[in-house]
Design a protein. Sequence first.
Length: 158
Amino acid sequence: MCPGSFDPVTNGHLDIVGRASRLFDEVIVGVLINQSKTGLFTVDERIDMLREVTRSYDNVRVESFRGLLVDFCHAQRASVLIKGLRAVSDFDYELQMAQMNIGLAGVETLFMPTNPLYSFLSSSLVKDVAKWGGDISAHVPEVVRSALLARLDPPSRP
Ligand code: PNS
């Protein structure tokens, strides 16, 4: 299980999903439905983009979930969570979540070091750079770049 908000998916996420797909028979990308946080993209839009950019991986499927991640893992019969670590700063929170998830339901977490090419990447940074007209073409797939440009308010871009 590769869980996240994916608002939107970046090349950093894709790197982790692609590498996980080579290690496991089946990979589920779990998109969190978070009612207390409105994203730039709806969950359906995020899922459409994720399905498009993972189409070449036969063993990857994209699903949404609400509530506890471990419950979703059980419902999907997924026993391992894969999390990318970009830097040591990710580790504290990820460790807390991993320990909570194994304690709650015995779901294991495996950490995968992010490709250094993407170690500074996040969905929030990409959205901010795109909003102000910066070039994000190296950071997200083309379908995501066009969706971002279409969604962001044109007057805020130079
Ligand atoms: O991409 P994100 O927003 O960093 O992903 C965070 C995510 C979805 C992995 C995390 O918020 C999560 O697992 N949420 C589901 C609710 C839950 O299970 N919370 C307890 C986590 S220990």
